[in-house]
Design a protein around this ligand. Structure first.
Ligand code: FES
Length: 72
């Protein structure tokens, strides 16, 4: 959820179905790929696991390459 330009928090627009950065206008598709503005690369993707109690755990210390996520 952190813009890859200078680190502002991106917001999801339900109306546009994209992520937008309020700081300098970078835009990202739903899969995190940047397509407008100064962001030089896609949003980071993190490892997500389902624990034994049924909770989704997002591990922000483990960045998943975008190519791997698209294959799953
Ligand atoms: S920090 Fe997001 S566009 Fe600059």
């Amino acid at each position: 959820m952190v813009c890859q330009h200078l680190g502002c928090a991106v917001e999801f627009s339900k109306e546009k179905n994209i992520y937008e950065c309020p700081c300098h206008g970078s835009k990202y598709y739903r899969n995190g790929v940047n397509f407008a503005g100064p962001a030089p690369r896609p949003l980071n993707h993190f490892e997500i696991v389902l624990d034994d109690s049924g909770k989704l755990i997002v591990d922000t210390s483990k960045i998943v390459p975008l190519e791997t996520e698209l294959v799953v």
